[in-house]
Design a protein around this ligand. Sequence first.
Ligand code: A3P
Length: 290
Amino acid sequence: MAERIVESIQYGGITFPSIVHSEESVCYAHRNFEVRDSDVFNVTYPKSGTTWMQEILTLIYSNGDPTFSQSTPCWERMPWVEHKTTVQYLENRPSPRLITSHLPATIFPEKFFSSQAKVIYTVRDPRDVCVSLYHYTKMTSFLEYREDFGEFIELFSAGKILFGTWFDHVKSWLAYKNEKKFLLLVYDELLKDLRGSVLHICEFLGKNLDPAVVDSVVENASFGVMKNNKMVNYTLVSEHLLDQKISTFLRKGISGDWKNHFTKEQSAAFYQLYQENMNGLETKFPWDEF
Ligand code: A3P
């Protein structure tokens, strides 16, 4: 394992790992990024299915042909708007641009809100997000980690890791859920019915794909195919940054792995925190009852 060096920057009260962010890059995304009406944003809190949606959207826009997704790294295909490389990757890209972001709505590119651009926001059971993040931070050399899972839950609950708390992130975006340019997806529902979800995404994007094309999107965005695609399984990233001997980036790809990690007490405490933060919201999630 490479030496862990955790360096971060702050913007809008949120901590970002400085390996790919600078204050300037996040501020640029927030204040200056020129949003086009044809832009499609894939927005998530980390570990909620970001990479999966990158693959699905690339395949939809490639008409089901996997050549692009199997020859170009996902971070070049659908760059993060808040990263230091935004200008290099996004500014001169022809439309329609497919863009990724982990930003909460509070500091999202402000020009988005007066545009016709679209956001697809994928949300996942926060307990599974916590577990996925635990294993991910363990394999990285640049994120705050705690070997003890109970301590890690505390960091996660307090939003002391990255991108603030899951609760604030999700609530910031739920405020837009009735807008026509906003699509809310649930990771667990993608798992249950990927084909139905792809059709739903196509409808939102105004794309009418042949059934055979939809089949190809579904096949190539499956966990098994993605796990073997080095353009998306992050094995192209240096072992010093991401040590896939410790865990894998595409780890389990299931729903409910939290049951293998949370004790009864940890689960009860998290439930209480969840209630405090999410009670009274109109939107219901499959995990609301815990
Ligand atoms: P696990 O660590 O629980 O396996 P992100 O891309 O936002 O960082 O999220 C990563 C999580 O999404 C990982 O979860 C990863 O395995 C899961 N994932 C990625 N592609 C997937 C797919 N095709 N099917 C199911 N889960 C997928």
